[in-house]
Ligand binder design. Structure first.
Ligand code: ADP
Ligand code: MN
Ligand code: MN
Ligand code: MN
Length: 339
């Protein structure tokens, strides 16, 4: 007997990478082996030496095909097995290892927007829908567009064993959110990339596409973000480390460096309106959804917990965002003796 393995990888599309996948038939009981692909078709190689290597790093049951079939998330390597420039996971590995004693965990809120043709799902053919207000966590056919797909995606993530922790309708018609975590930096990022693949794959069957575009509708509509909730063991046990982390993210050139790597088009989303802080002004505050970084009210009451970096775009790379946050915050926590 045989089973199917869907090999998934992140390509080299600029400015935002895309997901790719292809199928390998494996003999019963086989571990998914390394495989290859044509990097010249994915903006990862030139035509004269285009072979690249797929190195399996995370596998889970395939909820679309079912049975014994699996999904296999891969890192992209050169044929000498060094990481390809597009392989941001390889950069996260040593940072996660260096600060493992901090026990960092992340919960990421992935916002996204369904499109039918060239319009967000639920936008009328001519003009615009009723303005923002009733759609967030709404109910009813006048406010909710695509729920059947969202439910199917949630079930698919659960069947795959991903650490998905919730879903909600967002502030614009056709806009939704799912949350992954809390999990370690590598786990939350691996699960997020597979959950994104499952989103596109699930919606495909309905003739609907999903986009992580950070500003999918111009005008008076919220953008789409990927709020990144973060804690270390010290932050989960006390309030001083919470403040250390918030201050570290605002120190020196850190705000500029982080924002630069938090997703393409971030200036168009972080305008200071629509529950955002301006991209070029760092701030943090309790319960403040107009700050760059929010300390949830319960965290201030409990004097321990986590922080929410509200800046990452929906189209961010979680391998990059978690690496920067761990590096910046854990370096400062270490200096402060708050491990
Ligand atoms: P919001 O009120 O910002 O919409 P959500 O409920 O959508 O919040 O998301 C909160 C996220 O915070 C969840 O993904 C959850 O897993 C995560 N989270 C909760 N506690 C922690 C923690 N201690 N460390 C990191 N993330 C956490
Ligand atoms: Mn949320
Ligand atoms: Mn949201
Ligand atoms: Mn949030």
């Amino acid at each position: 007997m045989t089973f199917k393995a869907e090999y998934i990888w992140i390509d080299g599309t600029e400015p935002t990478a895309k997901l790719r996948s292809k199928t390998k038939i494996l003999a019963d009981g086989a571990e998914p082996p390394v495989w290859g692909f044509d990097g010249s078709s994915t903006n990862q190689a030139e035509g004269h030496a285009s072979d690249l290597v797929l190195q399996p790093v995370f596998s889970c049951p395939d909820p679309i095909r079912g049975g014994d079939d699996i999904l296999v998330l891969c890192e992209v390597l050169h044929t000498d097995l060094t990481p390809h420039a597009s392989n941001t996971r390889a950069l996260l590995r040593p940072v996660a290892e260096k600060f493992a004693a901090h026990q960092p965990v992340f919960g990421i809120e992935q916002e996204y927007t369904f499109f039918q043709g060239s319009r967000p799902l639920g936008f009328p053919e001519n003009g615009y829908p009723a303005p923002q207000g009733g759609y967030y966590c709404g109910v009813g056919a006048d406010e909710i567009f695509g729920r059947e797909i969202v439910e199917k995606h949630l079930d698919n993530c659960l069947t795959a064993g991903l650490g998905i922790s919730g879903i909600n309708a967002e502030v614009m018609p056709g806009q939704w959110e799912f949350q992954v975590g809390p999990l370690s930096p590598l786990q939350v990022s691996d699960h997020m990339w597979v959950a994104r693949w499952l989103l596109y794959r699930t919606a495909e069957a309905y003739g609907i596409s999903a986009t992580l575009d950070a500003k999918p509708a111009k005008g008076d509509w919220n953008g789409a973000g990927a709020h990144t909730n973060f804690s270390t063991r010290a932050m989960r046990e006390g309030y001083e480390p919470i403040i250390t982390a918030c201050e570290a993210l605002g120190d020196g050139d850190k705000p500029a460096v982080h924002v630069k790597h938090y997703g393409v088009g971030i200036e168009a989303r972080l305008t200071g309106l629509h529950e955002t802080a301006p991209w070029n002004e760092y701030s943090y505050g309790v319960s403040d959804r107009g700050a760059s970084v929010r300390i949830p009210w319960q965290v201030e009451v409990d004097r321990k917990g986590y922080i929410e970096d509200r800046r990452p775009n929906a189209n961010c790379d979680p391998y990059v965002v978690t690496r920067l946050m761990v590096d910046t915050c854990c370096t400062a926590l270490e200096k402060a003796g708050q491990v």
